[in-house]
Design a protein around this ligand. Structure first.
Ligand SMILES: [Zn+2]
Length: 252
């Protein structure tokens, strides 16, 4: 369907006159009329407003020129499964399971594969077929390519092993041994730690990728370890990252 028909249909479905819709998106009634005859297209800002009012993605308003797939899990996206930003606008890069409330759900490709394989196994795939498919597909998607930026042939594994040794050598009291580090998006692990002067301070870049893991302590609190080429960080926190405390933050 073309944009002109889509706008007309959505407007009718919402029981709005051209005048009413025009008022909501700050244009004249004539402008709405020109969209519906196909004379003009709404501009980008107006498309965003229409997307919000009709609760459909911009891709849908434009007649679905792009075949959207989730850049994390690979599932095809429609308006019901596309993720949204915390402000309610559509994020057309991800499904609502992989990106929810402004956070990415998966930080380890193996975790995601295990979840997907379980779902796919009931849908005519054997578990092995599903796993092979996912292992081939996921590395091509935007989200995981971004994760792979840190990788560099076998050197990356060496680098990870080195960071694991350095984190364990800190001998933090009560912390279990670090065995594995995963690529983590900064926004997911950027906790605000209370400083002795009373301020709460974040140390990470939300958009950068770090290596880290979460370890279960004995008293129910978790240890978070995090590192990159520049620093090592160890913190503890309670359930759902409550009451975070910075234990070590040092330059490498
Ligand atoms: Zn997804």
């Amino acid at each position: 369907m073309e944009t002109k028909n889509i706008i007309l249909e959505l407007r009718n479905r919402h029981g709005m006159s051209q005048e009413e819709l025009a008022g909501k998106v700050f244009v004249t009634r004539q402008a709405v009329s020109r969209w519906e005859t196909g004379e003009t297209l709404p501009n980008t800002e107006t498309l965003k407003l229409l997307s919000g009012i009709f609760d459909v993605s911009i891709n849908t308003l434009l007649g679905s020129p792009r075949k959207l797939i989730c850049q994390c899990c690979g599932m095809p996206l429609d308006d019901a499964t596309t993720s949204k930003e915390p402000d309610g606008s559509f994020n057309e890069d991800y499904c609502k399971w992989c990106y929810a409330d402004g956070n990415y759900t998966y930080h380890d490709m193996d975790d995601l594969i295990n979840v997907c394989v379980k779902h796919m196994a009931g849908q005519g795939f054997t578990e092995e077929q599903a796993r092979t498919y996912m292992e081939q597909t996921l590395p091509e998607l935007g989200y995981w390519k971004q994760h792979k930026e840190l990788e560099d042939g076998g050197k990356f594994e060496e680098f990870k092993a080195q960071l694991i040794d350095e984190l364990n050598a800190l001998n933090v009291k009560g912390m279990p041994k670090v065995e594995k580090l995963n690529a983590l998006v900064g926004a997911y692990v950027n906790l605000a730690y209370p400083m002795p002067n009373g301020a709460n301070v974040k140390f990470l870049d939300d958009n950068a990728t770090y290596l880290g893991n979460q370890l279960e302590g004995e008293d129910g609190r978790c240890f978070g370890v995090l590192a990159n080429a520049d620093f090592l960080l160890v913190s503890t926190y309670g359930k759902d990252c409550a009451d975070p405390q910075l234990i070590v933050y040092r330059k490498r």
